[in-house]
Design a protein. Structure first.
Length: 274
């Protein structure tokens, strides 16, 4: 009886604890949003203009100068790839420094440390949502009507969020002990950008008779699968293939499991290094 009473008493305590974490997450996301556009003339509009301007420049370069793409609806293909990769880029780049940047707060207030990497992922999702306005503008301009396949955006986004959360927990923890991670991750993201079909498409590999191992590496690339799911929903207007869905799920689970394990294993030492 005593044990049951203790368990019942613990439930409200846990509920209150998670409610506090949720409130802190909300406040941190709001703070990030306000800081991002503070003293900006264009403000939130820049989240729409930035992907649009990038799409215009890159479409012009790759469609006319380099003749590198024969993709139908290339501007839409390009902007969907850009904003999806941009979500991962922002979430992990900010998640990388999340614990280090939160050092003053962690030294003064008792708060769950996982809140900070997850908050960076949620902030990146908010900016991604604003960037989707640019995608809608492109669809309207080229008179591309959405279909029910647009629903595939939801699992694609959720899986990408889980993947980014896992990676952010992992590299955020490692950066506390190895500050070289900050520079290494920047280099890795640059290489990752070119390895992912953002401004080019897979036909460039198949038409050039590239070794099968190169094609396999590109298709195993996590961001290839998440971007392909997004493009299936918006550009191709079809359902993603089973291989793409399977790999997207596996990468999300793998990243989250490794990220949580490493974070939990090292978080008690953070205060000594930040």
């Amino acid at each position: 009886m005593t044990q049951k009473r203790a368990q019942k008493a613990e439930i409200p305590h846990l509920a209150g604890h998670y409610a506090k974490d949720g409130f802190i997450l909300q406040q941190l996301v709001n703070k990030d949003f306000k800081l991002r556009y503070r003293r900006s003339v264009l403000g939130v509009v820049w989240s729409v203009l930035n992907p649009l301007l990038m799409m215009i420049v890159m479409s012009f370069v790759f469609s006319y100068f380099l003749r590198g793409s024969s993709v139908e609806n290339y501007p839409l293909y390009l902007i969907v790839g850009n904003v999806t990769f941009g979500l991962m880029n922002e979430a992990t780049s900010t998640g990388l420094r999340s614990i280090i940047d939160a050092a003053p707060l962690l030294k003064k207030v008792r708060v769950d440390r996982w809140v900070f990497p997850i908050q960076k992922v949620l902030s990146a999702v908010v900016n991604f949502a604003l960037s989707l306005i640019a995608v809608v503008i492109v669809m309207l301009f080229f008179r591309i009507a959405p279909t029910w396949h647009l629903a595939w955006m939801i699992p694609a986004l959720l899986l990408l969020m889980v993947f980014c959360a896992g990676v952010s927990l992992l590299i955020g923890a490692l950066a506390v002990f190895f500050r070289d991670m900050i520079h290494l991750w920047s280099v890795l993201l640059t290489a990752w950008t070119y390895l992912t079909p953002i401004f080019w498409d897979m036909s460039l590999l198949t038409n050039s008779n590239a070794p099968w191992i190169v094609t396999a590496v590109v298709k195993a690339n996590p961001m290839y699968n998440y971007i392909d799911m997004m493009r299936c929903a918006i550009v191709y207007q079809t359902s993603p293939g089973p291989t793409v869905i399977t790999l997207a799920v596996l990468w999300a689970i793998l990243a989250l499991v490794i990220g949580v394990l490493v974070f939990r294993k090292t978080e008690h030492k953070f205060i000594l290094y930040i």
